[in-house]
Design a protein around this ligand. Structure first.
Ligand code: SPV
Ligand code: MN
Length: 623
């Protein structure tokens, strides 16, 4: 690096930031930051260490710059994203690839040099008039086998603040490791702002340069696009995990209590808006994390950590009655960022909060009154479908003690759940690991909801709820899962879950809280404490075990009639599902493990054999 760069960086650095960088004794960090200071040309650079005063500085900046507005409760703020910037932008999220990188269908890619040219063009002088924040962070607990370090560069105080709530600070870890540290890199600029929101959303880009381990993001503020350590890291981590023999997953991590104070840890992968966060927050159990987990093999077992220490959760339908734990946090003093909800004189309102919808307030569309329409004449809801809260997990009363354990939690079960109105039973267990990986995890589908654009109830293929983030070919990803448990002493048990099964009149067959019972059943199954009924799709609960659990957990008299309706094997629908999944994999057949076709075919044969014996719909009693 030349003298000129050093001097330039030093000149831009404020509040001892340059000294903070030098103290890291790592030339590659200085070079990385210098490169983007020169390109983006911020007025000043602030380096955030782990010190409280630095964290407070960023919090104060969010208010000073207007990216967040203080609400009435101490520690509560509200942030808005542009009306056109309310979710992850899948179309403009691309992997920059070189000719030897093969990704196959389902993954959005772009030629690397063209992508770098475009993004460098966009970033040029993008931070003029603004301050650049440099953050040193860690994915997973610091100083653990799971830790991955990361540097975030951003011109958004809101992004920095969110990252502080969601991830562990690691300036001291960077300092201790000096030149021996490897890290992911993120460069973000919100671009031109108008009323504090990104103006040029048409130039929103999320470009992932796997070769350099850098993700670039421009012209957006929505956290799913901008907070580097969240979904941008998941994409880098899946690629890194592939090379190193572990798994990076879109999964919650939770403890489930069994008899005699036993606690068993589960991870669970569910597509967005399919019950992932609400499952790991259920009453009576404990939460380690709600979104991203890393899984590694150690001493013959699988262990997992939560990559995060906070939650960026959907706030829709959070009610005092149904979600008392999260309600408590959202209505008590403490650090909370609300995004894209309605602000009525310092009080936040959201959809399905159990309160009357106010007549007027301020939301992501500006001043809002009931009935306000957007440019296309569509009514603007008071709070967005994808409105969110950002909170530290430790503020939840049911936060699990494993949250900061560098060893992680030993995993007994893995759950895959989708939104499925007519095929899967509410809960079932795979015959073994391979069957679970193929016929549950790799067969996961989910129906679109009113919360996403387009027609409702359209089934979408949703491999392990991780398809949006895959940075390796589908077949390789599945093969890694098949290989993962080879040689282990104890292999986690794979379960399928479906909270959205409906009867012929379109009425949900499960209650909102039934998932608490399904969790208890799975906990008993991983210890072989209850039996199960073998069906062509896997093992399902016995009526008497569920009846007892419904009484104990929910004080509900669970009837055999409801059990038969919920757990009948729907053979035509299951066969159709297998055809759909076959089709997905046949279009990529070259890369797909033979095991996938073999297991799907085995399941098809079992279903056909049962149908020829007992007809299309088979209740558990008949088995
Ligand atoms: C999801 O959509 O899966 C989320 C929110 O967890 S985002 O940060 O947008 O990915
Ligand atoms: Mn998620």
């Amino acid at each position: 690096m030349n003298e000129k760069n050093n001097t330039y960086l030093e000149k831009k650095c404020i509040a001892k930031s340059y000294e903070k960088l030098l103290a890291l004794k790592n030339q590659s960090i200085i070079e990385f930051i210098s490169e983007y200071v020169e390109l983006c040309n911020p007025d000043s650079v602030f380096v955030r260490t782990d010190a409280k005063e630095d964290i407070d500085y960023i919090r104060a900046k969010t208010l000073e710059m207007g990216e967040e507005i203080a609400l009435n409760k101490k520690g509560h703020t509200i942030h808005f994203d542009s009306m056109k910037d309310q979710a992850r932008d899948k179309d403009n999220t691309k992997f920059l690839i070189t000719p030897e990188m093969k990704f196959g269908a389902h993954i959005n890619t772009m030629e690397r040099m063209a992508g770098l040219k475009e993004i460098n063009g966009l970033l040029k002088d993008m931070m003029v008039g603004r301050q650049m924040y440099v953050m040193f962070m860690c994915l997973g607990p610091v100083n653990s086998d799971f830790s991955i370090y990361a540097i975030q560069i951003t011109d958004s105080a809101y992004v920095s603040h969110s990252e502080d709530i969601l991830y562990r600070p690691a300036y001291e870890a960077f300092k201790a490791k000096a030149a021996n540290i490897q890290f992911f890199k993120y460069v973000h600029s919100a671009g031109k702002l108008e009323n504090n929101v990104s103006k040029n959303v048409d130039k929103r880009r999320v470009y992932i340069d796997l070769a350099a381990g850098i993700v670039f993001t421009t012209n957006t503020q929505y956290a799913g696009n901008t907070v580097g350590l969240k979904k941008l890291s998941l994409r880098l981590a899946i690629n890194k995990a592939d090379k190193e023999g572990w798994l990076a997953e879109h999964m919650f991590l939770m403890g489930v209590k069994g008899p005699n104070n036993r606690k068993s840890y589960f991870t669970g992968a569910y597509p967005s808006a399919c019950g992932k966060t609400s499952t790991c927050m259920v009453d009576g159990e404990s939460i380690v994390g709600d979104d991203i987990a890393y899984l590694r093999k150690k001493d013959g077992n699988v262990y997992a950590v939560n990559v995060e220490r906070g939650i960026f959760g959907i706030i829709n339908d959070v009610k005092q009655k149904d979600d008392p734990k999260i309600w408590d946090v959202l209505t008590s003093e403490g650090e909370v960022i609300f995004s894209n909800v309605l602000n009525v004189e310092g009080v936040p309102y959201w959809q399905g909060d159990g309160r009357a919808i106010p007549e007027a307030g301020v939301n992501y569309s500006g001043a809002w009154t009931k009935g306000k329409k957007d440019a296309s004449g569509k009514e603007i809801l008071h709070s967005h479908n994808n409105a969110r809260y950002t909170i530290p997990i430790k503020t939840l009363k049911n936060c699990d003690e494993k949250l900061e354990d560098p060893q992680g939690a030993k995993i007994q079960g893995i759950i895959y759940g989708g939104r499925d109105s007519d095929t899967w039973v509410p809960v079932f267990q795979s015959f073994d690991w391979d069957h679970g990986v193929v016929c549950i995890a790799s067969s996961l589908e989910s129906e679109t909801t009113a919360a996403t654009l387009g027609r409702e109830g359209v089934r979408k293929f949703c491999l392990m709820a991780n398809l949006d983030f895959l940075s390796i070919p589908l077949g390789k990803y599945i093969q890694n899962h098949l290989d993962f448990t080879k040689g282990l002493d104890r292999v986690p048990v794979i379960f399928g879950a479906n909270y959205f099964l409906k009867d012929e009149n379109g009425k949900y067959l499960s209650g909102l809280h039934d998932k608490r019972v399904w969790l208890k059943w799975m906990e008993l199954r991983v210890h072989n404490d209850v039996g199960a009924i073998t069906t062509p799709i896997g093992m399902i609960p016995r009526y008497e075990n569920l009846k007892k659990l419904f009484k104990e957990v929910l004080n509900i008299d669970y009837t055999e009639a409801l059990y038969n309706e919920q757990f009948k094997i729907r053979i035509p629908e299951n066969l159709e599902k297998i055809e759909r999944i076959f089709e997905v994999y046949e279009t990529n057949a070259r890369d797909i493990p033979e095991m996938v076709f073999a297991k799907l075919d085995g399941q098809r044969k079992r279903l056909l054999a049962l149908r020829s014996k007992l007809g299309d719909y088979v209740i558990p009693d008949q088995l």
